[in-house]
Design a protein around this ligand. Structure first.
Ligand code: HEC
Ligand code: HEC
Length: 360
């Protein structure tokens, strides 16, 4: 008996117990939701379907400082596709943001003026639904799509133009002069170029299976996708990827968690270059987000299956791997392969078609 109560035995017992505890406690299963519960859970946290009528669209995205009008939107569409907005007249917004390919270019790093790569190796995010975001760009430095549109036109590695050059060029085309005059009652200005493009971008919302499910159609998404959706809603993904755009609402740290094993792994796999890289992948481009503090505007997940490769520097090709990284580094709860499959199945339901609003 005395021997059993020896401090060493007690310590051993306690340590063993601590190690066994996770196995002894009953495993928390993901709650099984009925279709209605699942839908209510999403809707009650502001994960809403996109509007399908123009009136509802205006209620959601109109900008009091740049009211949407049919003429503004139509001119914005022309300029979105206008290569004259780039120095060598070969690049338009649509060159990097292809609307029929998920709203991006499917390249790891954007390529602009004279084949120049984005100097921070940044990946083109989707323009689809980006008007729903609270801030634009990977570090959230533009407040809305109107402000954002001025960036690429002037960036030397994108369209490489000066505001006055843009105005001069457009002034040479009488139709543009007339249209700007009709809309704004004044001559062409760089600000109004941004405004018309922004107004058009506000119409680029997509609607798909996920929206149909939220609207009440239980058969719109599969049972597997519903299990993935339950994981997404209950395990913490939606804490960051939320709102109508399923993202774009806040700026968050990435990676949120670090693991000793990564640093140790680096000794054996110098290729991982974890030491230089704060990321769970090689950090090409050296971009460190807002204030260089590893803070990124949470990406919009609508149409995510069409916008590979992923992350700000396009470092990861497979959606499965992205979900694994997110579960491990953002939630601190690495998903099993089955859970990853289910979440990927849910993410696919976020694909949608551009809504053809009857703009009037
Ligand atoms: C050379 C390719 C290229 C061109 C041309 C280009 N973009 Fe982009 N776009 C990018 C990249 C790369 C980013 C991310 C840059 C960053 O975060 O610093 C981006 C970001 C954006 C975003 C932010 C999306 C979000 O959710 O944060 C919008 C909106 C956008 N571009 C619209 C446009 C418009 C409008 C034009 C034309 C005036 C345009 N882009 C021209 C590559 C391009
Ligand atoms: C704490 C906030 C946070 C949580 C929680 C979170 N994410 Fe993310 N997610 C981010 C940020 C920030 C990025 C951008 C990182 C980057 O590009 O460097 C991102 C990127 C992504 C991307 C890639 C998007 C793209 O366009 O490249 C996907 C997909 C994604 N997250 C899915 C998920 C899933 C699924 C979960 C739950 C398992 C999750 N996220 C949990 C913040 C979060």
């Amino acid at each position: 008996m005395k021997k059993l109560l020896h401090p060493v035995t007690i310590t051993l017992f306690v340590v063993t117990l601590i190690f066994l505890l996770p196995f002894l406690l009953p495993h928390k299963e993901v709650k099984i939701f009925s279709d209605n519960e699942l839908r209510e859970r999403a809707l009650s946290t502001n994960m809403k379907p996109t509007p399908t009528t123009y009136t509802k669209l205006l209620a959601v995205v109109d900008n009091p400082d740049n009211r949407m009008t049919p003429k503004k939107i139509a001119l914005g569409k022309e300029l979105y596709n206008e290569k004259l907005l780039s120095k060598d007249k070969t690049i338009a917004c649509a060159t990097c943001h292809l609307l029929d390919q998920g709203g991006d270019d499917n390249l790891p790093t954007a390529i602009g003026y004279y084949g120049r790569e984005n100097p921070s190796a940044l990946n083109s995010p989707t323009v689809l639904n980006s008007a729903l975001a609270k801030a634009e760009f990977w570090d959230g430095r533009a407040k809305d799509v109107e402000e954002q549109a001025g960036g690429p036109i002037q960036a030397p590695f994108e369209m490489n133009m000066k505001p006055n050059e843009v105005v001069e060029r457009l002034n040479k085309i009488p139709e543009y002069v007339t249209k700007f005059k009709e809309i704004f009652g004044s001559a062409i200005s760089f600000e109004n170029v941004r405004n018309v493009i922004g107004a058009y971008e506000r119409t680029l919302l997509t609607h798909g299976a996920y929206d149909k499910f939220l609207e009440g159609d239980n058969s719109a998404i599969s049972a597997k996708a519903k299990r993935g959706m339950a994981l997404f809603l209950t395990k913490g993904c939606k804490g960051c990827h939320t709102g109508m755009s399923v993202g774009g609402q806040s700026i968050q740290k990435f990676p949120l968690r670090r693991y000793l094993a990564d640093y140790i792994g680096m000794i054996f796999e110098p290729d991982l270059r974890i030491k230089e890289s704060p990321f769970p992948f090689i950090n090409e481009g050296g971009f460190l987000g807002q204030d260089n503090r590893l803070k990124f505007r949470v990406p919009i997940l609508r149409n995510i299956s069409k916008t590979a490769p992923y992350f700000h520097n396009g470092a990861v090709k497979e959606l499965k791997e992205v979900v694994r990284i997110m579960s491990k580094y953002q939630l601190g709860n690495e998903f099993t392969p089955k859970q990853i499959d289910e979440v990927v199945e849910f993410l696919k339901t976020l694909d949608g078609e551009l809504v053809e609003y009857e703009i009037k």
